[in-house]
Design a protein around this ligand. Structure first.
Ligand code: ATP
Ligand code: MG
Length: 269
């Protein structure tokens, strides 16, 4: 634990700016006018989620009496302040290695942000190798991102509103093994532009694969304004953390979240 903190501190010093480390206990273009966006939102399919299923999958922010929900609200507020300061709209969530908690954090963060007045959020599953947002939310998803590229579905028909006002999810129901070259392709670039421009007033959170496990994240990051690094306690070595930070553009570094921390969070009691 101390080793990870030291690695993060060292990497933070080498970057232009960062959020404070965040811990969580183990238990736990302009087509995008407001008018067009409103129309698309009305058309978005709404689904009801199962609260018990969400809690079992560590989606804790629905229950505002749960102290873990407060942790995400603090993270959300820090992130929104920094994004506003830098005029950033799009965030990539990644980690050095796999299983650090990127998807759990992306989903909780997106819901917590959408709860904030005047903030609208699009949560996009761009981990094409292991898309898991729909699994975490318990969503039945009809389309994959490849269906969009194969022109079988339009963007607006892929979006789902998970019963949270001001939140839409772009899920993906199928892994795509050859994703690396797609991530840096012109057609991916055009797709991301379509998402960004159509929903220009929204914050967009892209859940990505780990930085060191594949080149997908590095290929995709040029498309976003900033990057949030999730470090799983005991899941990456000091050198893996340092190497991931080194690969990132320091000007895009939003901060680090230390997930699965042993430190106990008692909340405000
Ligand atoms: N704070 C936490 N405490 C305990 N377990 C957690 C925590 N956060 C996430 N997990 C669990 O760790 C596992 C991996 O989480 P998650 O799928 O969010 O990670 P990931 O970084 O997206 O993984 P991948 O690299 O495979 O996409 C899941 O079983 C999740 O429930
Ligand atoms: Mg994931």
């Amino acid at each position: 634990m101390e080793r990870i903190k030291q690695a993060i501190e060292k990497a933070k010093k080498n970057n232009a700016s960062s959020l404070e480390t965040f811990g969580e206990k183990k238990t736990n273009r302009n087509m995008g006018s407001t008018k067009l966006e409103d129309i698309a939102y009305v058309q978005t399919k709404t689904v009801d989620l199962n609260t018990k299923y969400l809690e079992d999958n560590r989606i804790v922010v629905f229950n505002q009496n749960d102290v873990k929900s407060t942790i995400f609200d603090i993270l959300r507020t820090k992130i929104l302040a920094k994004m506003k300061q830098n005029d950033w709209k799009t965030i990539a969530v990644t980690s050095p290695t796999q299983g650090c908690g990127k998807t759990v954090i992306s989903v909780n963060l997106a819901i917590s942000m959408a709860r904030y007045d005047d903030v609208s959020v699009l949560l996009a599953d761009f981990d094409l190798k292991k898309p898991e947002i729909s699994k975490n939310l318990g969503l039945k998803v009809d389309y994959s991102i490849m269906d969009y590229f194969d022109e079988k579905v339009k963007l607006e028909d892929m979006l789902v509103n998970p019963g949270v006002p001001r939140l839409v999810v772009l899920p993906n129901n199928k892994a795509y093994g050859a994703s690396s070259s797609l991530m840096s392709s012109n057609k991916m670039n055009a797709f991301v532009d379509e998402v960004k421009n159509r929903y220009a007033s929204r914050i967009i959170i892209f859940d990505l694969p780990p930085i060191l496990a594949t080149d997908d994240a590095l290929a995709f990051i040029p498309n976003v304004d900033c990057v949030l690094m999730v470090v799983g306690n005991g899941m990456c070595s000091k050198s893996e953390i340092e190497e991931s930070m080194r690969l990132l553009d320091a000007n895009k570094f939003l901060g680090t979240v230390l997930n699965k921390s042993d430190d106990e969070w008692k909340g405000y009691v």
